[in-house]
Design a protein around this ligand. Structure first.
Ligand SMILES: NC(=O)CC[C@H](N)C(=O)O
Length: 382
């Protein structure tokens, strides 16, 4: 089933089931193969494209106006875009924002990322919801030469994210000290100038704004690579350990991250995890993780705090989830998605070890969940 091609299609998105969408290419040329997801956020395309958790995925933006505020050097979540490509409804217009330093098209081209505009993203999103995150090949050729059958084959040949270990691929190569605080807090200002707590943040694909939030909340943050062992983490004599977000299947980190986290837990320190960090902490505690149908990717996901009854509007980006039914005794379910009831938070009942599926650093997204950084800092003070 082929979408009606525009007169001169310069990009083509082929799904493994044979569905083909034509459109106008921008950014880099070539072909990329990945899992396809959709993100419903109205803002933050630059943060989304540079979030390492999107490695191995092409992002369909359901909001139609993408690219119209350009790109700037401050909003990157990492130095590289990690999403493989992007699918949008309208071609980007000329940037209209005082912070913009270049167009999205130019920025993507310089970073080797392919995009397609002119796609019926509502239809595509319905397809993703119905069949679960499909495998897809995205091609951009200014001359419009596409071997559609070969693209469909490429999509079919992609193995998918289940079992894919990407955290150690995107992690930093060397440890480093995080020293930037700006823009971290909801009002736009860093809070702390004298760090009070030594924190080791294990980088499984950490977003910069998470590290800023930790620094801003009063932490001196040392970032260690994903493969750091428990002994390497504890050698820094931290007051607490932070487990970052990241791409791929949490269960595929069983050879390094999960055993390291088990070792860290034995040291009885406060531990805080976000997203992939949440999932791997749950695995280390004996729970299970599962692949979701089409995941959660957006900036308006309601999450209920089961302990206070309060609802937070959160930023989400995950395709795997902790199976809430698999939590062992002693691990409480603290947060639940109000979209589908899936697990969004856990904590140990007897000590300050906790994690959430959503993104309290809110980049992009609302700021309802900042209290989690404060909770982590308070647990180190106690
Ligand atoms: N943002 C994240 O850390 C994502 C975690 C994991 N890769 C998932 O897709 O569920």
């Amino acid at each position: 089933m082929a979408d009606t091609p525009p007169n001169h299609p310069t990009a083509c998105l082929a799904l493994a089931d044979g569905t083909v969408f034509y459109g106008r290419g921008f950014g880099a040329t070539g072909v990329t193969v990945a899992e396809l997801c959709f993100n419903t956020a109205m803002t933050g395309y630059q943060e989304i494209m540079t979030d390492p958790s999107y490695a191995g995925q092409i992002v369909t933006f359901t909001f139609p106006h993408i690219g119209n505020t350009g790109v700037n050097p401050e909003d990157d979540e990492t130095a590289e875009p990690f999403a493989e490509g992007m699918v949008v409804k309208w071609d980007p217009t000329a940037p209209s924002n005082w912070r913009s330093t270049q167009t999205l098209q130019h920025w993507l081209a310089r970073r080797g990322r392919i995009a397609i505009g002119g796609v019926d993203t509502r239809r595509l999103t319905r397809a993703i919801r119905q069949q679960g995150a499909p495998h897809a090949a995205l091609a951009h050729d200014p001359d419009g030469n596409f071997d559609v059958a070969a693209l469909i084959e490429k999509a079919r040949g992609f193995n998918g994210l289940v079992g894919m270990d990407l955290a150690r691929v995107v992690s930093c190569a060397q440890s480093y000290r995080w020293d930037e605080m700006r823009w971290a807090w909801p009002d736009g200002y860093a809070r702390q100038t004298n760090p009070r707590h030594k924190v080791v943040a294990v980088d499984y694909g950490a977003k910069r704004n998470i590290l800023r939030c930790l620094a801003s909340a009063g932490c001196e943050v040392t970032v260690l690579p994903a493969t750091a062992t428990a002994d390497e983490v504890l050698a820094h004599d931290p007051d607490g350990v932070f487990l970052s977000n990241g791409p791929g299947d949490p269960a595929a980190t069983g050879e390094y991250a999960v055993p390291a986290i088990s070792g860290i837990l034995e040291a009885n320190l406060p531990v805080f995890g976000i997203c992939l960090g949440h999932q791997m902490l749950a695995l280390a505690l004996g729970a299970r993780t599962v692949k979701m149908n089409h995941g959660h990717h957006g900036a308006n996901h309601p999450v209920k705090d089961m302990e206070t009854g309060k609802v937070e509007i959160t930023s989400m980006n995950h395709g795997f989830a902790v199976d809430g039914q698999s939590l062992p005794t002693g691990v409480a379910e603290t947060h639940v998605s109000l979209f589908d009831g899936s697990n969004c938070g856990i904590r140990l009942q007897d000590r300050p070890v906790f994690s959430v599926q959503h993104h309290p650093e809110a980049s992009p997204g609302p700021q309802d969940s900042y209290y989690l950084f404060e909770r982590f800092v308070e647990s180190m003070a106690g």
